[in-house]
Design a protein around this ligand. Structure first.
Ligand code: GTP
Ligand code: MG
Length: 450
């Protein structure tokens, strides 16, 4: 049977612009509705069903109008996590919310987030957050739709907000996006909706949910169709040691069905590992943890979209960002080849000249490659993993002095590699923010050119 799965939503934005508070608010207002089992806490994700969204958003979302079962929000601590979260087509997120603090405007990571969303072609909306901090703003009532709050503000406060929104609209325009305040837009497909919100007071949060549901429903419906019994496909969010379970994987399942006992392939740059799911675990609610002392309970199966913990043997080499696929009745070898070629499409690059790039996941590697290409920096080889002695040996064969460099995105530099790099005069740049990594390299070039 086919159905429409829950769309996956990620929040992005500059540090402190309110990602976590927004999620907490959404969760909090839903919990406040006191629906039994309303909000499902997943591994690394929170599911808000449609009827809760409909309640929270007052009359803004009429639930019989929508087929989308709800929204699955993923907590992404940074862009880096977002870029690692890939599904087969690109970003794991079906939609994204870009948080912009209206009192702070666009900041470096806001630009970076937009570049990433553009690269992945992820539809997004902007939450113009912290409207309660606009001088003179009055919050008469919490958690209300934006228009109710807005109409109670003094004229100069309204103007102040509108100016700040125009500024965001202008910045988005520079990036090639048409946008406007969401209630002034007719078409969300070619325009980015800007929703004024306060994650603190909840003003505008109903509107945010409504716009998200609408976007998912109208423009993604066909992409959200899935075979409910089809072989499960997911992305590894995190690899974690759990007491009594050993190494486990936190997985976001974005397609199909995953069952205990299923044989799965987990993609690696060299060779996907084959293993068997020993247990699927979901987090227990707070009360149950207190009663049973156990954080997780076992489930037999899980359907997309969901966050789930997977216990299985042989997870040693698995890393965040890797794809995981249930083999089902497919041919293991051809599935392996398919997964390998997907990885290789990104990883293997050999050019005569250029620098060497290392990153920790396929997604981040792809993002770094894209940004380097945009800056006209050529790449000799891009690969996943720590900076090793082998990388230095390769860099040492490069004649062009400005290309005797390794750009390492959030990976370890092995001690022997560092030693050899010093000896041979190979420059290693290491950072966990892409634009800083590239800037550092460019500054180094500029200095050497002088
Ligand atoms: P990082 O995870 O560090 O990138 O930050 P974040 O984007 O998750 O921001 P977070 O939600 O932690 O918010 C940062 C600070 O801003 C906190 O002190 C929040 O209480 C505050 N904050 C967030 N949203 C609002 C808002 O709408 N109004 C006001 N007044 N404060 C807010
Ligand atoms: Mg946060």
């Amino acid at each position: 049977m086919s159905g429409i799965r829950t769309p996956i939503v990620c929040l992005l934005g500059h540090v402190d612009h309110g990602k976590t508070t927004t999620l907490d608010k959404i969760r909090g207002s839903a919990v406040a509705e006191r629906e039994a089992g309303a909000i499902t806490q997943h591994i690394g994700a929170t599911e808000v069903p449609l009827d809760i969204i409909s309640k929270v958003s007052g009359d803004l979302v009429k639930k019989d109008k929508f087929k989308v079962p709800g929204l699955l929000f993923i907590d992404t601590p940074g862009h880096h996590a977002f870029t690692s979260l890939r599904s087969r087509g690109g970003s794991l997120a079906d939609i994204a919310v870009l948080l912009v603090d209206v009192t702070d405007g666009f900041q470096p990571q806001t630009h970076e987030a937009i570049d990433i969303l553009q690269d992945f072609q992820t539809p997004f909306i902007v939450a113009a957050n912290k409207i309660d901090k606009i001088p003179g703003w009055k919050t008469n009532k919490k958690d209300v739709p934006f228009r109710l709050s807005y109409k109670n503000q003094e004229k100069r406060v309204k103007e102040d907000l509108d100016n700040r929104i125009y500024e965001i609209v202008g910045k988005l325009h520079d990036k090639g996006f048409n946008s406007d305040r969401y209630d002034r837009l007719k078409n969300f497909k070619d325009n980015v909706g800007v929703v004024p919100v306060s994650a603190k007071t909840g003003e505008g949060i109903p509107d945010l949910l409504m716009v998200l549901i609408g976007l998912a429903q109208r423009y993604l419906e066909t992409e959200l169709e899935f075979e409910e019994e089809g072989p499960g496909e997911g992305t590894v969010l995190e690899v974690k040691e759990e007491k009594g379970l050993g190494k486990t994987l936190d997985v976001i399942l974005y397609d199909g069905l995953m069952k205990t006992g299923d044989s799965v392939l987990i993609g690696r740059a060299d060779e996907p590992v084959e293993t068997k799911i020993r247990a699927l675990l979901k987090p227990n609610p707070m009360e149950e943890i207190r009663e049973s002392g156990s954080e997780f309970s076992k489930v037999d199966e899980v359907r997309a979209a969901a966050g789930i913990k997977v216990a299985a043997p042989d997870l040693g080499s698995v890393r965040a960002g890797f794809p995981i696929r249930v083999i089902g009745d497919r041919d293991t070898d051809s599935l392996k080849e398919e997964m390998k070629s997907q990885v290789e499409d990104v990883v293997i690059r050999t050019e005569e000249s250029g620098i060497i790039v290392k990153a920790d996941t396929i997604g981040s590697l792809e993002a770094v490659i894209k940004d380097l290409e945009d800056s006209d920096i050529s790449i000799r080889r891009a690969d996943i993993g720590s900076v090793s002695r082998r990388d230095i040996i390769e860099a040492n064969t490069i004649q062009e002095p400005l290309e005797r460099a390794i750009l390492a995105f959030d990976v370890d530099i092995l001690p022997e590699a560092r030693k050899k790099a010093e000896k041979e005069g190979i420059q290693i740049f290491n950072d966990d923010v892409i634009y800083r990594l590239i800037e550092d390299y460019q500054e180094w070039i500029d200095r050497r050119k002088k």
